[in-house]
Design a protein around this ligand. Structure first.
Ligand SMILES: [Zn+2]
Length: 295
C-alpha cells in the first residue's frame, strides 16, 4: 500500500536508521564524498538497504543526502547529479521487497541563503529541482527533505518537490538543539514555526531528525503535535555522540531507543526511525516495540 494510505489507515511505520554511520563502517573516510559511493560501490548501498529491510523497516532511504548539485559541487561532482541520484534509488530497489517504500533523501544545499550567506533562492530551487527530478524519475515512493535548519530553505525544497512531482508525498524534517528557551534549530526556528511553516507549503509529513537523543525527541514530537494534524516522522540519533579514542561513539543502545517507542506513539508519532549512530539492530528493536505497542 502507498505511504499516505497506510498512515491514513492508522499504521505506525518504521523507518531506517543511520546511513553515514553504516557507510563509515563500510569504509567511507571522513572528508570523502558519501555520494561518490553511488557511482563506485552501489553494492554497499544495497547491502545497507537489505540490512534495514531485514530489520523490519517499512521505509528505506537512498544515499542522496548530499545529492543536490550545489552540494555535489563541493566535490566537483555536480555534473553527475542525475547518475548519482538514479544509482542510489536503483541500489535500494534491488535490495528490498516490494512492500518497502523507497525514500529519496534530500539534505541541505550546504550554503546559507541570502542575507546570511551568498546563495540565492532561485539557485537553491534549481538545485533541489535537479536532484528531485532525478529521484522521481528513478521512481522513489516519497521524497524526504531532512536535517533542515533554515525554514526558508526547507520551504523552498518542499515547494520545489510539489512543483516537479505533485503526486509524490513529501516528508520534511528539521534538526533542533535543546536550549534553555526550548528547542530551536541553529538558525533559530522553533518547533511551532517548523510545524506550521512546513505544512503551509504543502509538506505531507513533518517532524524532526538528528541532533537529539530519543528522550528529547519525544518532547519535540509532543510539541509538533500541538501545532499540526499532519503525520509525524521522528528519527532520533542514538544519543549525543562522545569521542572515545578518536572515534565518535553514540551511547544509546537498541533497547534504550526501543523503550521510548510507546511514548513516541503516545505523543502522536506516525513514523519512527533513527538517525546518526542508529544501526539495523536499533531498527529491529524499534520494529519489535512498535509491533508490541500497536497489537
Ligand atoms: Zn543524524
Amino acid at each position: 500500500m502507498l505511504l499516505l494510505d497506510r498512515l491514513q489507515a492508522g499504521d505506525v511505520l518504521v523507518a531506517d536508521g543511520a546511513m553515514g554511520t553504516m557507510l563509515m563502517s563500510g569504509g567511507l573516510k571522513s572528508g570523502d564524498c558519501p555520494e561518490r559511493i553511488n557511482l563506485d560501490r552501489p553494492e554497499l548501498l544495497s547491502d545497507i538497504a537489505r540490512l534495514y529491510g531485514t530489520a523490519g523497516a517499512d521505509v528505506v532511504q537512498t544515499n542522496t543526502f548530499g545529492g543536490s548539485p550545489l552540494k555535489l559541487a563541493q566535490y566537483d561532482l555536480e555534473d553527475r547529479t542525475e547518475e548519482i541520484n538514479a544509482a542510489a534509488v536503483r541500489a535500494v530497489k534491488n535490495a528490498v521487497g516490494p512492500n518497502v517504500l523507497v525514500s529519496g533523501s534530500c539534505g541541505p544545499c550546504g550554503r546559507l541563503l541570502e542575507p546570511y550567506g551568498d546563495a540565492n533562492p532561485d539557485d537553491v530551487e534549481a538545485s533541489f529541482a535537479r536532484q528531485m527530478s532525478a529521484l522521481v524519475e528513478a521512481e522513489v515512493d516519497v521524497l524526504c527533505i531532512e536535517t533542515m535548519m533554515d525554514l526558508v530553505e526547507a520551504q523552498i525544497a518542499v515547494r520545489t518537490a510539489k512543483k516537479i512531482a505533485p503526486s509524490v508525498p513529501v516528508m520534511a524534517t528539521m534538526t533542533f538543539d535543546s536550549t534553555q528557551r526550548g528547542f530551536f534549530t541553529i538558525m533559530g526556528v522553533s518547533v511551532a514555526d517548523a510545524a506550521v511553516g512546513l505544512a503551509d507549503v504543502g509538506a505531507d509529513i513533518v517532524g524532526s531528525n538528528c541532533g537529539n537523543g530519543t528522550a528529547d525527541m519525544v518532547k519535540i514530537a509532543a510539541e509538533f503535535r500541538q501545532h499540526t494534524d499532519l503525520p509525524l516522522l521522528i528519527q532520533p540519533n542514538a544519543g549525543l555522540p562522545k569521542v572515545e579514542r578518536g572515534l565518535l561513539v553514540y551511547p544509546e543502545t537498541p533497547e534504550f531507543m526501543a523503550s521510548h517507542v510507546a511514548a513516541m506513539i503516545e505523543a502522536g508519532v506516525n513514523i519512527i526511525g533513527g538517525c546518526c549512530g542508529s544501526t539495523p539492530d536499533h531498527i529491529a528493536a524499534i520494529r519489535s516495540a512498535v509491533d508490541a505497542a500497536v497489537s
